[in-house]
Design a protein around this ligand. Sequence first.
Ligand SMILES: Nc1ncnc2c1ncn2[C@@H]1O[C@H](COP(=O)(O)OP(=O)(O)OP(=O)(O)O)[C@@H](O)[C@H]1O
Length: 265
Amino acid sequence: MLKLKQINKIFNEATPDEKIALDEINLHLKPGDFVTVIGSNGAGKSTMMNMISGALIPDFGNIEIAAKDVTRLPEYKRSSMIGRVFQDPMAGTAPAMTIEENLALAYSRNKKRGLRRGVDKKRRGIFQESLETLHLNLENRLNAKVGMLSGGERQALSLLMATFTQPAILLLDEHTAALDPARAALITNLTKTLVAKNQLTTLMVTHNMQQALDLGNRLIMMDKGQIILEVEAEEKNNLTIEKLMAEFQRIRGEKLTSDAALLTV
Ligand SMILES: Nc1ncnc2c1ncn2[C@@H]1O[C@H](COP(=O)(O)OP(=O)(O)OP(=O)(O)O)[C@@H](O)[C@H]1O
């Protein structure tokens, strides 16, 4: 469903600020894979997500989504293939528009007729049914402006909008990091439910190690622009934070004083 082949990205090449952000990244996701991504600051996690979404184009290498080479395809041309939720609850929705209008935009995202705000009775029914699955009573607030919702409610709506059209790839970019623990738990559970229900192929970046262990069937650890560890299904079930830290030390030969050092926020 997703293939990254030898992806490289260097920022400010041949200047004193040169930075190798991605160094020969190879990653293959099968349909329905849910991969959690961890790594320290500057490891290249966001750059990798931006490559998949098309916000950045690699210097070398190839990207395939659903068997289509999208390496040079601009972001807007691959947006129907991708659902994305960012850390900032303000980023995924339009605050001045109502819940219903936001859903209508998400709904028409992969329709040929372009963006449409209008909603008929049938579509309103679909929106209400989807909102009911969030258990936040948003189905009764279709005409509320999204700017009036709490951070957790907005993030739940963003998640629903990102998964609505069955994207080939769902990108979750620290999407619970800006929420308080109770709301973060709510969005984490919702993520599990929506991904499982829609069998979405998902990549989730997180600084929360426990979340990285609890969600998904695979885990990758990045460091200095490389994927330094890949953990698959069975093995992932038996993984602990201590084992992950020990693996990092074994691979990098660097001693860590705490798990925070591995994921420094
Ligand atoms: N537009 C840019 N111009 C120059 N350097 C960049 C740019 N974007 C990222 N970098 C650098 O590339 C490296 C990888 O950054 P990236 O944001 O992908 O890391 P990350 O793993 O997402 O980190 P964090 O957990 O802190 O968000 C970093 O050293 C960063 O400073």
